[in-house]
Each structure stands twice: as C-alpha cells, then as structure tokens.
Design a protein around this ligand. Structure first.
Ligand SMILES: [Zn+2]
Ligand SMILES: [Zn+2]
Length: 339
C-alpha cells in the first residue's frame, strides 16, 4: 500500500514526459517551455543549437532560398524560435529577419528579456555566428540589449557566448523606452464616442486596436497594429516595432505575419481573407499604403482590407503615465512625453 503514491507519482511523471514529448514534437511549434526544450536536448543555453534544424525547417524563404533559423531563451526560461520570411512579389526590404521574428515572438508572448540567442550562419545549421548589422540594431531596443549573449560556434567545435555590447556599442540615449516593456498607448477609435468593447470581443478592428496599443514607436509616435483573419475564422495580430535607426523597424503587417506563421500551423499567406490596420490619425509614419501593397501581394485575392484611425485618450494616457512612471504631474509639461 505504501508504494501506491510512488507508483502514482511515477505514472504522473510518465504522462507529463509523454505530453511534453508530444507537444515538443509538434513540427509547427515556435514556443517551448523549459521542459519541452529539455526534451529537445536544450537542457542549458549552450545547447540552443539542438532546436536549430526545427527552426530552419519553418523558415519561409522562397526568394532567397536561404533558410535562417534563430533560437533564443527568454528570462522566463521558455525557448523561442525565429525564422526568416521573404515575400515573392515584394522588394527585399519587406522581409523579416529570423532575429526580428524571434523578438516579435517574444513580444507577442509578453516576455521581458532575451537572455541567450543562437543564430545559424550556415545552411547545414552547424555553425553559429553574429546577427547581421540590421538585427544587432533591432536588438538594441531591448532593456538588456547590451548583455544579450550571442552564441558563436564553428562547425564541429564547442560554442561560446559573447555579449552584444562587444558587437555594437550602446548607441541609444539613456532613458529610452524598451521594446519588451509592457505599455498601453491609450489609443481609442477616433469619433467612436469612446465606446469600449469587451476585452474578449471578436471584432477584428478591436484586435488591431489592442495591437496598436502595444505598438513600440517612441521615435515617431506613430503606433499602429494589424489584425488578420484566416479562412477558418482564426485571428492573428501584431504591432509596429520601431528602431532608432529607422530601417530595421518592423511594420505592423510583418509583425502580424509573425503571429500568423507561429500559430497557423503552416498555412500559406493566401489563406488570409481579412485584415484591419489601426493607426493614429495624422501620424508622421503612415502604414496604410504599405500594408495594402503587402496584402494585395500575398493575401487571398479577395482579402477584405480595412483601415481605422485612432487617437490618444489624453485623460487615460495621463493616468497611465501617473500610474506607471510615477511622475510628478504637478510640475513641468508633457510635451516631451509620448502622446
Ligand atoms: Zn538580420
Ligand atoms: Zn470589439
């Protein structure tokens, strides 16, 4: 009798292991719990390469034919995959780099920091090296950017980590907001009278507004978000992520496509049948034409694309700043603050 609890706990362990193995073996999986990653051989950061072939197999590179994979461990302990995505019919600068994909994947999953990163630099996935200049700059927007550990590993040799600080000295001004920080841009639909849907409503435009409220646009104050709908009625979203160096910025359609690639189980982009862009009224950076261009090129021919404008709810924003930044609102002005 005394052995029963042991047997039960043994069985429970077995069930958990089988469940982890089943989950980890999902070929469309982009996010792994620490246990699932361990099942894949990633028992410590230096073993991140054990997931690289899985990442590379998920890349969508019909133009470059060069499948890039990135594997990163977040501060939560979860392990994330990133892949490159390029789009036939569109100029190359619309492409998503694997590291940008990975960081967007972190943002979509509310992660706080990226701790270690492994980027494959050979087509056999045996060599690991530094991110391209574009991605180094993109990574700089994170709070711990300078301390992110990047794996360097020649073929058949042991790898070692170096820190991003050695690859790109800090170029961001002190006090900059950070990409993975929680934020609320306090945007509301213009002219809507302020009516608020429930947080779990199914309106595509409300998903896009929620995305815009997460948007990281400290340099131009032009937040935007996109929500996509597939042929099975499933929705995806993503938000504009800005880079201090302009060009590495990731557009809201690309960010929503990261969500699509990670959760659509291999669906092609032409299964996207609906899309909504929400952006700020009279923003300096306007996404409408670019978003339409991308969707016209890759989504279903009859994809229904709508644009809604929003503006900042000033009172809500002020309260948000008071609550989150502990600002003394009795002095000074807010011209220098975002929104
Ligand atoms: Zn890159
Ligand atoms: Zn709604």
């Amino acid at each position: 009798m005394a052995q029963r609890p042991n047997l039960l706990s043994h069985l429970q362990d077995l069930v958990t292991k089988i469940k982890n193995m089943t989950m980890a073996q999902d070929r469309f999986k982009f996010v792994f719990t620490a246990n699932e990653a361990a099942t894949e051989g990633v028992t410590e950061p230096i073993r991140l390469p054990n997931l690289i072939r899985k990442a590379m197999s998920l890349a969508r590179a019909p133009i470059s034919k060069y499948k890039v994979g990135a594997v990163g461990r977040a501060s939560s302990g979860r392990v994330y995959l990133g892949v490159n995505v390029d789009f036939p019919g569109l100029p190359l600068h619309h492409s998503i780099h694997a590291e940008q994909f990975l960081v967007t994947n972190l943002a979509l999953n509310s992660e706080k920091d990226l701790c270690e990163l492994a980027v494959a630099v050979s087509i056999d996935g045996e060599e690991f090296g530094t991110p391209c200049g574009h991605c180094r700059q993109f990574l700089m927007e994170m709070s711990n950017a300078l301390d992110i550990k990047i794996l360097s590993k020649p073929k058949h040799e042991a790898g070692s980590f170096s820190i991003l600080r050695l690859l790109l000295p800090n170029v961001l001004p002190k006090g900059s907001p950070f990409l993975l920080e929680k934020r609320d841009n306090c945007l509301t639909f213009s002219g809507s009278g302020g009516e608020i849907c429930s947080s779990d409503c199914s309106h595509l435009k409300c998903k896009a507004l929620a995305a815009a409220n997460n948007s990281f646009s400290p340099y131009t104050e032009s937040p935007s978000g996109v929500a996509l709908l597939d042929n099975d009625g499933k929705w995806y979203y993503g938000w504009y992520i800005e880079s201090a160096s302009s060009n590495p910025s990731l557009g809201p359609v690309q960010a929503a496509l990261v969500d699509f690639v990670t959760r659509s189980r291999g669906k092609r982009f032409n299964k996207i049948v609906g899309a909504v862009l929400v952006e700020k009224n009279n923003a300096i950076v306007c996404q409408k034409r670019t978003a339409k261009l991308i969707l016209d090129t890759i989504a279903a021919p009859n994809c229904d694309f709508k644009v809604f404008h929003c503006s900042v709810d000033g009172a809500k924003r002020l309260k948000y700043l008071r609550d989150t930044l502990v600002i003394d609102t009795s002095v000074g002005d807010y011209a220098g603050l975002h929104y």
